[in-house]
Design a protein. Structure first.
Length: 384
């Protein structure tokens, strides 16, 4: 049902970032389907999708708590003053017809990630900072408005994984489960696919990787939450032929210090932000993400699409696509992770990942949901 005016709300219009990249691609697909798309954001960065109109609302240069409230208020004001047929919310806003939930509720996020800080003084200090954080309190209040007393009680909620859906229904038991569905992300299969052996050999040679080396790769920006410490401790339990390569633009000094302590520093490489992720996966033997919290890791899906034997924890929504024997039960268990790495490394040669038909994924289900809701709204307004 083309020709409708659709509003997407998200603090940042950008191709960089998981949620931001999804919003950019959704806007592009809706415009390509013939809709007029307004993208309400605090700021727009880089290229704008063709046919999409960015509406920059700005945000005051204050703390995260004020920024969150201000953006939600600015969106509400704009929606009151403008004409639109459908609103899709991708962040913490209050009035939308479709709300995409890309992460777990604040309390569950804090509970699961606290163990990433070890035990003792560091963990207790993190607990106290979170307990008295104005931003965390604001997020809880905003979540309550979104899910417990929504401005639009008829909103449809779409979670990025069944795990996120379970978390959401646990934290907000008043939600109608029939109005909470799941659509998984899907990697670009034209970019992410198993490499041919010649290309793989060339990449490994360029990076000085011997045929006998076993390259374990991982990717993420928050090294603490992604379980990089567990990976380094697991590496110390593996033969010297095993190497760890980390993609992600964070300062790695703390983790390099751990590698030095365990005498594996020469076997650990932090690459920073990697632009060519298909080549990153192609040169590796195993992908491992022992994450403490992940709604639905795109990196896991990309690695699977590249045919890479993949390990993750049971706290990752993407774990549903991984053989149960390669799902880590405790993201802090280095011994169990080392055993899984050995097991994964012995897997058969790479095979293209076959997406289970039982799991809706990608953009097509969103476009179908938009058409369904537009038709329902038009039918409602046309009744005598």
């Amino acid at each position: 049902m083309s020709g409708s005016r659709i509003v997407i709300t998200m603090p940042r219009l950008s191709l960089y970032g998981g949620a931001e990249g999804f919003g950019w691609r959704l806007a592009r697909e809706l415009a390509a389907a013939g809709h007029q798309v307004d993208y309400l954001c605090a700021r727009a960065e880089g290229q704008t999708p063709g046919g999409v109109t960015p509406v920059e609302l700005g945000r005051p240069p204050l703390g995260r708590a004020v920024k969150n409230i201000w953006f939600a208020w600015a969106v509400e004001k704009h929606l009151r003053d403008s004409r639109h047929d459908l609103v899709i919310g991708l962040g913490r806003t209050w009035h939308q017809d479709i709300l995409r939930v890309g992460g777990g509720p604040q309390d569950i996020f804090q509970r699961l990630t606290l163990s990433a800080y070890g035990s003792g003084f560091t963990q207790q200090m993190k607990r106290l900072r979170r307990q008295f954080s104005p931003a965390a309190a604001v997020i809880r209040w905003m979540e309550s408005r979104q899910f417990d007393t929504p401005t639009n009680p008829g909103q449809r909620i779409v979670c990025v994984s069944h795990l996120v859906r379970d978390w959401l229904l646990e934290a907000h038991p008043g939600l109608d489960p029939d109005r909470v569905s799941v659509i998984y992300n899907r990697p670009d299969l034209t970019r992410f696919s198993p490499p041919d052996m010649a290309r793989r050999a060339e990449l490994r040679h360029c990076h000085g990787v011997a045929d006998s080396d076993v390259v374990i790769c991982t990717a993420g920006t928050n090294f603490a939450f992604k379980g990089v410490s567990t990976l380094i401790r697991a590496l110390a339990l593996l033969p010297p032929t095993h190497r760890l390569v980390v993609a992600g633009g964070r300062n790695p000094e703390h983790w390099l210090g751990l590698a030095r302590t365990l005498d594996v520093e020469r076997r650990v490489s932090f690459l920073g932000k990697v632009q060519d992720m298909p080549s990153f996966y192609a040169a590796a033997d195993v992908f491992a993400l022992p994450t403490y919290y992940d709604a639905c890791s795109n990196a896991v899906l990309e690695a699977l699409a590249c045919g890479l034997p993949t390990i993750t924890s049971n706290r990752n929504g993407s774990a549903v696509f991984i053989p149960p024997q390669l799902v880590l039960q405790d993201p802090g268990d280095a011994e169990a992770l080392a055993a899984l790495i050995v097991q994964a490394g012995a897997h058969a040669p790479r095979q293209p990942f076959v997406w289970p038909e039982s799991h809706p994924c990608g953009m097509a289900p969103y476009l179908a949901l938009v058409d369904e809701m537009l038709a329902a709204k038009r039918a409602k307004t046309s009744r005598p």
